[in-house]
Write a protein that binds this ligand. Sequence first.
Ligand SMILES: [Mg+2]
Length: 372
Amino acid sequence: MREWLQDPATRSRLRGSLYAGALGDALGAKTEFDSIDRIREIAGPAGITGLIPAYGGLGRITDDTQMTLFTLEGLIRAHAAARREQGTFAIAEPVEQSLQLAYQRWLHTQGVSWERARGPENTSPEPDGWLITNRELFSRRAPGLTCFGELEAYGKTGVRAGMAKPVNNSKGCGGIMRAAPVALWSDDLAEVFRLGAESAALTHGHPSGYLSSGAFAVIVHELLRGKPLLDALATARAELEKYPGHEEQSVALDQALALSKDGAPTPEKLETLGQGNVGETALSMSVYVALTTTDPNVALLASVNHSGDSDSTGSVCGNLVGAMYGEEELETSWLVELELSEVIGQLADDALAEFGGNAPGDDRWYARYPAH
Ligand SMILES: [Mg+2]
């Protein structure tokens, strides 16, 4: 029994992590890759200070949040399947396969027919489970080309990639931006790191594209358990260093730590770390902002006001600060506008039920979260 998952503080942190990730995504949605000068033209001299319309309204999320929800759904389904099979993970499909199929369902929401998205070995005539019944997910929000292309390729070949079989040499941030829920998978930090990295390696084959994701999952795990950010970082660093090719990510985290000694964040300081469009800087920039702020809403704004990949740094930083401060500290005037907010909250609660040992073992639950 994983008792910490039944603690009300854990619920606040998990919901906070998912909500703040979605808020950061929404705050940065309009200005992905706009320069900071352009952002100041659009939003005023102070840059982004609140939600601005994007994709036809306020509070609209992008692919980062969509895919994060499918990550969490894939994890719940893998866990529910193993539970149903008497807790024997050995006889269930690996969790990586469950994540792959969850991302294939996301691909379908992006306009790819189910026949082309589902993969050659999947014979289900329609995508199943509760998450995909939420039609708000069926919207293209500038999906990352690497994620899209590699998932389309899986739809054709059914060949699943991983760290041992890199699919390409991409270190784009499309792996880390969706990885926060992997934090829940296990209490074994080595396993959280491994699955965080493998989840990204389904589509991103460069070490910085997947090790960033492993480190991120460990940091979020530790934050969900109430550990201080600096301790969580040290724990993640120790896991990271066990993997070949970790140096680029390790150096990026060192730079974030060093810069954090220099006071409050500014766009100009943040940009010295990079653009956030690759795994290692999406993580280092997000960590830097989380280290230099004491309010999650201030952090969310700081994480999107720069010339790089604003929605992804907003999303990754949001996952961190939401876990640090909890749901109650998030700006309510933003939350009321947030797209998919009921789905996000419901999925978080379902995850706590499944991983915390309170999930029903009835047919209704297994139809909501069917195997794979
Ligand atoms: Mg995006």
